[in-house]
Design a protein around this ligand. Sequence first.
Ligand SMILES: [Fe+2]
Ligand SMILES: [Fe+2]
Length: 299
Amino acid sequence: MARGTLDREQVAARLLDASAKHSFDPVHEVDWDQPQPADLFYAVPEHLSLYGTPLWERMTPEQRIELSRQEICNIMSMGIWFETILMRMLLKMAYERHRPESRHVQYAYTEVGDECRHSLMFIRMIETVGARPYRRPGYLNTLGRYVPVLLQGAPMWVGTLMGEEIVDVMQREMIKDERVQPLVRQVSKIHVIEETRHVSYAREALARRLPRAGRLEREHARLVAAESAVVVGEFMANPAVYKRVGIADPEAARRMAKGNPHHLEVKRRAAAKVVPFFEELGLMGGPTLKRWQRSGFVG
Ligand SMILES: [Fe+2]
Ligand SMILES: [Fe+2]
């Protein structure tokens, strides 16, 4: 069957089945008390925003590890923000569909359960590695409040995929890397397994929806894709991170990170699944391409 023509109820039934087989309770299934060896990173070093820059070259091994600890906590904080918005969107959809007997709505509730556990897992990880969560900027806090009303249909699924697929690619690399703390790898593994379902749910929903969408909805989806990319890109070079690491000029570090060719390469690799999918659906191109370039996810 071609993409976009899969039956909604069949997709949801398959995902419900997979959820019943492979769901995790992080409270009991992550070893929260395991040692955190002092010489291991909290993220893949090459993923770090300052990797390979003159600033990085001047850092001691301890400072590099501290940068990895703060950057992973920054990403987890972004994850909590994003997942909370996603849970609200899914619940709103379930409420409005008014058909709890449908598999599609039952899977939405199941995904809310997954995301709820993920956000708790992320906050616990931040605490366990001895850090503090990062606050999102004020404008994003306000924007996030209205997202469930502003994004419906195709734009909702586009925003969801931008939030899920970029982090997913990076976490897959993290799981395999022995230079990374076992605790972080364990958390990433649980997340990757459960997110695989979320990504198929959103991809299938988007592919089904777009052919029926009017011009306005398509343009809106295209805009949301590019603007979400900009937001994720901004999150990945957070001056508050550099401040906590003890870098004297956090703004200069942010500029260095944004132009860092190593980091741009990581970003393009992280976007290498979602961008071709959007291209295939006609969601790239036009005036939004400039925004994509600004985000760093597209060259
Ligand atoms: Fe999640
Ligand atoms: Fe998810």
